[in-house]
Unconditional design. Structure first.
Length: 450
């Protein structure tokens, strides 16, 4: 008995230590089993207390009265599957007649308390089937991306969601995105994770960094074009607009609109073209959009209008030509001038790190998810990298990117430097040398001379 007691004390002490220092290990070793048993034992009573049950069917009531048996109890949603994950549990429920998916979503906070879980979210899989994801610990406190993620063309993992799933940046589904964040909010780390995910892919990276290139120019070996001033950015964007026109001409000549070609083979964008003819997709990263929109003189105003017009054209027409925008900034508001709200309307994806004012949060989510505005301005300063991500569907969730240092991003870009495509239109803006003198592009470079 003494040996058993000592062993039990050691196991409890080890569990407590793991829960404090390594919550992920504790969950896999002890938490997942305890949580599954807790859910199965408490399920019926919790659903009844949360108002997620329906009265028994009339035929069951009639049968109980006819046979003089007890009245059947209310019925909760039927459990179709309970699956453990590395961060929590996934509970798939079949709703009873008369129940709605919004009932489950409204009761998520009560379910979290009742099942003693860290977080509970729900989504509708199909009509009548709801998936409830429960997390056993704070997965955003120390982000650990899974070893294996789903990868395909133009889809990269960049962060972890609060429900334990991976947040992907899918350019085929959401071509253009806006990323906001105050100073020291983690916006640069999010951008590095994005570049790190795109580096191994067959894609051309184009960077506009008006902070003298301190953020993007160290990654120059993986970028096909870079600009570090508004003047160079204007010429670079004009070159991209010219490339877009050339790609559209290529698509037009390869559409194959004849009676003997099936409809599925008619090309409408670069992804419908044969692989040997498909142009290289381009991702444009703008590090600080406000620097492109500010002006003090008439000449700078004309340059600003030229830049914003080019960005709006790329946002409106670039998707089919394989040109995708990532617009980043600390501040994004209508005071940046005409064309800004038109540009925002084309940026489907929205990501907001900690913001200092409600106006920027409204610009990010006010037109798609008003309830996400308050969440964006309530992010604490000590949780760098925590962000709110949403899209035009109205849904939003909390995410956090794993910490990636600038050195790690540089090493990764250098490793995949051989995958950097050499595009004719962007050749004047290409930088391959890491020295300080060679990282200053010529403001008079013209894409017409390429």
């Amino acid at each position: 008995m003494t040996a058993f007691t000592v062993a039990l004390v050691l196991v409890v002490a080890a569990a407590g230590l793991l829960r404090w220092r390594r919550p992920a290990w504790y969950w896999l070793a002890f938490g997942v089993t305890l949580a599954a048993l807790r859910v199965l034992v408490r399920y019926r009573s919790v659903m009844d207390a949360c108002g997620l049950t329906v009265p028994p069917a009339r035929w069951r009531l009639s049968l109980a009265r006819a046979t003089n048996r007890p009245i059947p109890e209310p019925r909760p949603p039927r459990i179709r599957r309970l699956r453990p994950t590395r961060t929590g549990l996934i509970l798939r429920l079949k709703l009873r007649p008369g129940q709605d998916v919004f009932d489950i979503a409204a009761a998520s906070d009560r379910l979290r308390h009742s099942f003693s879980m860290f977080g509970v979210t729900s989504r509708e899989v199909r009509s009548g089937v709801v998936e409830v994801r429960m997390t056993g610990y704070d997965v955003l406190k120390r982000v650990q991306m899974p070893a294996e993620t789903e990868t395909r063309a133009m889809r990269v993992p960049v962060a972890l969601r609060e429900d334990g799933s991976v947040h992907y940046r899918d350019y085929r589904a959401i071509p253009h995105a806006l990323t906001l964040g105050a100073t020291e909010s983690g916006k640069s780390v999010y951008q590095r994770n994005l570049v790190a995910g795109l580096a191994p892919l067959d894609v051309a990276l184009v960077g506009i960094d008006c902070k003298q290139g301190v953020e993007l120019f160290p990654l120059a070996r993986r970028f096909s074009a870079l600009a570090d001033s508004p003047d160079t950015a204007a010429e670079l964007l004009d070159a991209l607009v010219a490339r877009m026109a050339d790609v559209y001409r290529l698509i037009r000549t390869q559409q194959r609109i004849t009676v003997d070609v099936p409809d599925a083979e008619i090309a409408a964008d670069i992804w419908d073209l044969p692989e040997e003819l498909r142009p290289t997709p381009v991702v444009v990263l703008v590090d600080e959009v406000a620097e492109l929109a500010l002006y003090a003189t008439k000449e700078e105003e004309r340059r600003r209008d030229r830049i914003i017009t080019a960005l709006v054209r790329l946002a409106q027409l670039g998707r089919a030509a394989g040109i995708y925008l990532e617009i980043c900034g600390q501040r994004f508001g209508s005071e940046l001038g005409k064309g800004i709200t038109m540009l925002r309307a084309q940026l489907t994806g929205r990501t907001a790190h900690r913001l200092n004012d409600e106006t920027s949060a409204n610009m990010a989510f006010g037109d798609i998810a008003p309830d996400a505005v308050l969440a964006a301005i309530q992010i604490p300063a000590e949780l760098r990298g925590l962000a709110i991500a949403g899209d035009s569907s109205g849904g939003w969730h909390r995410i956090r990117a794993p910490h990636t240092s600038l050195r790690q991003a540089v090493n990764l870009c250098n490793r995949y430097a051989d995958r950097t495509p050499d595009l004719r239109e962007l050749a004047p803006f290409r930088h391959t040398n890491g020295s300080a003198t060679d990282l200053v592009p010529s403001a008079k470079a013209s894409p017409a001379t390429a």
